[in-house]
Design a protein. Structure first.
Length: 206
């Protein structure tokens, strides 16, 4: 997956609490195991009318938020089912960071595995950032993962906490497979020793 180091982009406000994964990506779009192509269905029930046309009132249908890379929401973002398609849809749309007071645990964990940085900040701070988004095309914020700060359009820096191991994974673009491949030489050495000592055991295949 792509590394996450420093992101500067437009932030879009989603002043809603308890946004569940079915709202992020409805169940009828979960037939694919591909990570691409889901962005068009992100927040489908909010973005589109019953006739399939865009809802002009929804934030991600309005410029400049169509190009948003940061989403700011309220409490319990990502609740509901454990579908990994939710972070896939966000990422395919272009969202690399979600800022909210708190997240559902499974969504929180799945986000890191897919290169999305979920940041917990107090509700009052999230509300301030939503006010900043009213600047429209000038509503660009910077998320500096190395320094662990969110930089508002006025230059104010807001610190955030992150688990050091998860920070390492994002900075280096390591998903579960990438973590395993870091240990490839040791795995190969173990397998070679195992074959020499126990030749009757079938070799594993990769």
């Amino acid at each position: 997956m792509d590394k996450f180091t420093t992101l500067t982009g437009i932030a879009a406000p989603l002043p809603m609490a308890n946004v569940d994964t079915d709202k992020i990506i409805p169940a009828r779009f979960l037939k694919t195991i591909k990570r691409s192509g889901l962005g068009v269905h992100l927040f489908d029930s909010l973005r589109y009318r019953k006739d399939g046309s865009e809802n002009p009132d929804f934030v991600l249908n309005r410029p400049p938020y169509r190009e948003a890379q940061v989403l700011i929401a309220h409490e319990n973002f990502g609740c509901g089912s454990s579908r990994e398609h939710a972070p896939w849809a966000l990422l395919d749309f272009g969202i690399r960071c979600v800022i909210a007071p708190d997240f559902a645990d499974i969504f929180f964990n799945n986000s890191f595995k897919n290169g999305i940085l979920p940041i917990r900040l107090p509700r009052a701070v999230c509300d301030q950032l939503m006010e900043d988004t009213k600047l429209g095309g000038n509503a660009r914020i910077t998320v500096d993962l190395e320094r662990q700060v969110v930089v508002r359009p006025n230059g104010e820096e807001i610190a955030f906490e992150i688990d050091p191991f998860r920070k390492h994974l994002l900075l280096n673009g390591l998903d579960d497979i990438g973590q395993t491949l870091q240990h490839a030489p040791k795995i190969d050495s173990y397998e070679a020793t195992r074959r020499a000592e126990m030749p009757w055991i079938p070799a594993t295949t990769g």
